[in-house]
Write a protein that binds this ligand. Structure first.
Ligand code: CTP
Ligand code: CA
Length: 236
């Protein structure tokens, strides 16, 4: 096909990427968050833009400096969404026109059911604090449920399971549950995967096969992801 662009190019494609960790309010000054730095998601966005895509990047909390390259890139539009609910709204608005959606954001599974309007105080407390948490909506599952023809959807999963095979099996179940075309899995722990430059990713395809395993910088992991997405879209 002479009209087809060179393998791996994403010219003319609209790509939606989410990155960073959401923060759910406990009171006006406190939140429940997670350790996502946003580095991997932002690397995915920058790599797509470099391959010619038109990128919408929706970010929750990211570490300082992580957004610099994306902010400066002419093909990336950055939008901020701090909570799981705000992220859900942004994705619901942007996903319908995206050719590829990559959900790299670490989304809170629970939010505080009734955040306090005033700063909580120990005064008069009994030495413990109880918070009631409620589940957030599953943004990725909603996106795959509303998938339009030709849309490619990628999820991420950070898993602490140390055994390689058990981790893969868990990831395969998660891929199927989410209905994504590719699930990118990495092993995390207190000293592994977060706030680091490097990452090790395993990409699981819809047939449960391992499409690629990559260990390297987060940018290299992002390139492997786009190679896999391009191969899938080209039917290779
Ligand atoms: N995700 C989402 N909305 C949520 C939670 C997760 O869109 N409320 C997305 C993440 O961005 C990620 C994928 O789902 O791309 C997998 O997230 P993960 O936390 O691994 O999956 P969960 O279904 O929340 O399962 P677990 O109980 O293991 O946390
Ligand atoms: Ca989760």
């Amino acid at each position: 096909d002479v009209l087809r662009q060179p393998a791996g190019r994403l010219s003319g494609l609209r790509v939606l990427v989410t990155a960073g960790g959401t923060r759910e309010a406990i009171d006006p000054v406190r939140y429940i968050g997670n350790r996502s730095s946003g580095r991997q998601g932002v690397a995915v966005a920058v790599a797509a833009a470099e391959r010619g895509a038109d990128v919408a990047l929706v970010v929750a909390h990211v570490d300082s400096g992580v957004l610099d390259e994306a902010d400066a890139h002419p093909s990336i539009t950055v939008e901020h969404a701090g909570t799981a609910a705000q992220l859900a709204d942004a994705v619901a608005r942007l996903a319908p026109t995206a050719d590829v959606v990559v959900m790299a954001a670490a989304v809170a599974d629970y939010r505080v059911a009734d955040p306090s309007q005033i700063k909580l105080s120990k005064e008069g407390g009994g030495g413990t604090l109880q918070l009631t948490l409620e589940e957030t909506s599953d943004i990725l599952a909603a996106t795959t449920a509303a998938r339009r023809d030709g849309q490619t959807i990628v999820g991420f999963a950070a898993e602490t399971e140390p055994d390689h095979d058990a981790r893969l099996e868990r990831a395969r179940r998660k891929r199927a549950r989410k209905g994504v075309d590719i699930l990118a899995v990495n092993e995390v722990g207190w000293t592994k995967g977060f706030e680091t430059v490097d990452n090790a990713l395993t990409l699981i395809g819809a047939d449960d096969s391992v499409l690629a395993s990559v260990a390297g910088t987060k940018r290299e992991a992002a390139e492997a992801l786009w190679d896999a997405v391009s191969a899938l879209r080209d039917g290779r």
